[in-house]
Design a protein around this ligand. Sequence first.
Ligand SMILES: [Zn+2]
Length: 195
Amino acid sequence: MTVKLVPLKCPNCGSVLKANRKDYLYRCEHCGTFVYAPTGAAVDAKIIDFETLLQSKRYYMPFLTYLTEVEIYSEEVRGFFKERGMGGRWLTYIPGGGSMPSEEIVRWSKLLTSNPPRNKNEIGSFRDGAPLPLEIEIDEGEKLAEFVFLSYEVDRPGVLQGINYRFRAKFNGFVYLPVYYDRGYMLGLRGYGGR
Ligand SMILES: [Zn+2]
């Protein structure tokens, strides 16, 4: 991250943003606009409400979302070469907070990408806990989205030896999801296992 010597200002109302921790995403206290620190631009961010009740610390975890489009031209699995000519489109979720190791990032990404948190209750503020700092930049998340796609392909039956594909991921905004912390993070939404 390039260090900015000028104070970060809200592009909507001009208020100076309190940038006092390592975080790529800020919310203007005056007008509520979310500001992406590396560019200083206003970005779209949703906040999703808790659905479960646990006696653990509550936070909101920032996720980067990407409209993902993949076309697989051909694939070679254990010596068998086959033309695929298929692919698909979906929304990839990348967890951007909580200082997760890469295998945890992939696990959370697969969990939410395969079961997107649609039709959840959106709220207007971080009313039940603090937002976790965004630690992953948009460009970095795009590379992770491709990494997650490839890990899906590797997990399928057979030994993947080669793949020829085209991958595109277009950033589609941030979503803060409710999480509990108790030695590890756990989603505060129904339908994702846990207690
Ligand atoms: Zn503002």
